[in-house]
Each structure stands twice: as C-alpha cells, then as structure tokens.
Design a binder for this molecule. Structure first.
Ligand SMILES: O=C(O)c1cc(C(=O)O)c2c(n1)C(=O)C(=O)c1cc(C(=O)O)[nH]c1-2
Length: 225
C-alpha cells in the first residue's frame, strides 16, 4: 500500500541503509582483504545469533495467536526446526567456507566492543519499546533483499576463495526479507494511526539504521583478535 507514511518509511529504509556504508561499498567493489571479510563474518554472526532473541521478545508482546504465529516463523527461519537447519547454521557454514572454524564464531569473547554495543542496543530496544516500535525497527528489511543480491554478485565475482555453497544464507534471505518486510509494513501501517505514532515508527526505523551503521563502523575500525 502506498500512503505518504509508507513512502516516508521506505525513504528512511533506503536513504539511511548500510548499503551506503564505506565498508559495504568496499565489500561490493571487491576491495576487502581476506582478513577484513573474515572479521565481518565473525562479528556479524553476533548480530545473527541475537535476531531470534529479539524476535522472541517481540513475540511475547503480541496479543493474538495469529500475530504470534507470524512472528514465531521468524525464529524458526533462524533457528531451524531441528539441528543442522536454519539461518544461524547457514551463517556458521558461511564462516567455514571462509576458513573460520565454527567454534571461533560461537566464542563471543572475540566480538568487537562496538559490535556488542550495537547488537545490545537493538535487542534492548525491542525488549523495552512498544510492539509498534519494535516491529517498525525491523523495516530495514525493506532494503535487505537488494543488498543480498548485490552481495551475492560481489562474492561470486570478487571473493571466489569463499566456496559458493557458503552463500546459501544470503540466497535464503532474499525471499525471507521480502516476505518479512511486507508483513511488518502492513502491521506498522495498521497500528500507527496518529501523527505521534507515525513519528515513533519513523524514529524506530532510523534507530535501527543507526544500529547497522554503527556495527559496520566498528568492523571498519578494526581487528581485536
Ligand atoms: O546482511 C544484511 O545486510 C542484513 C540486514 C538486515 C536488516 O536490514 O535489518 C537483516 C539481515 N541482514 C538479516 O540477515 C536478518 O536476518 C535480519 C533480521 C532483521 C530484523 O531486524 O528482524 N534484519 C535483518
């Protein structure tokens, strides 16, 4: 649905998105070193593994079986229905394809401080804010399918030392991100009726763009391990 409010949300998700961050620009142009790409994969795993945690916090705020079923599916997308499935497992395989043992990704002690703070900020935002704000924060996913495509193309072209099977996570997220953002946008448009509510939704989405940006700032600044 296209309303001025929906357009505003789309504008924020596009204009403040982390595809414009210098680290992503360099990634897409094929300019990252092996070490930089490995650091990104390792640190981004910290974000990945907390997505189902924040989705559990959101699910607990939803008032009907329909809404909880919808949101529970997101947790299943990441955690899988059983061992060896799901997005987190696929990200671990991406790490292995890049030469990183899964035990390294699973060990949180090496996560950069700025990445830890950005992820904590997002999880706590979803813990403490209203369902409207928590769902609106997920709307960065309006832009996620495009960045997945760009990333797959860049990896296939510039980072061929990473086995193509490792890209399964990104391939899966193209359609999942499209579906998730469509559902979340419909909820936000339904819930944000007053001007004040619409401002809260825009602020939540802006905050989330900043989370993704700050995470890359930390990775760009550098290695700790
Ligand atoms: O790699 C990315 O650029 C990227 C961005 C985003 C996003 O825009 O929030 C997500 C993801 N990936 C992702 O993989 C993912 O599972 C995801 C869940 C969410 C969310 O806020 O609920 N965003 C994202």
């Amino acid at each position: 649905m296209s309303t001025p409010f929906a357009e505003r949300l789309r504008d924020v998700a596009r204009d403040r998105y982390h595809d414009r961050h210098p680290f992503n620009t360099r990634m897409h142009k094929g300019e990252l070193t092996h070490q930089e790409l490995r650091s990104w994969i390792r640190n981004r795993f910290h974000y990945q593994r907390h997505i189902p945690v924040k989705d559990a916090l959101i699910t607990a705020k939803l008032g009907t079986p329909e809404l909880r079923r919808m949101w529970l599916r997101r947790i299943q997308d990441h955690d899988g229905q059983e061992e060896g499935e799901g997005g987190i497992e696929r990200w671990l395989r991406l790490g292995e394809a890049a030469g990183l043992d899964r035990s390294l990704l699973l060990d949180e002690t090496g996560v950069l401080p700025g990445v830890r703070l950005a992820v904590d900020g997002y999880v706590n935002f979803c813990r403490l804010r209203s369902p409207l704000e928590a769902v609106a924060a997920s709307l960065t996913e309006l832009s996620a399918p495009d960045i997945m495509r760009t990333r797959i193309d860049a990896f296939e072209k510039h980072y061929r030392w990473i086995d193509a099977e490792g890209l399964a996570y990104f391939r899966g997220r193209e359609s999942q991100g499209r579906r998730d953002s469509k559902e979340a946008l419909a909820l936000v448009l339904e819930w944000a009726r007053t001007e004040a509510e619409q401002e809260l939704a825009v602020a939540a989405l802006t905050f989330k763009c900043d989370v993704l940006w700050a995470l890359l700032d930390a990775v760009e600044r550098g290695e700790r391990s």
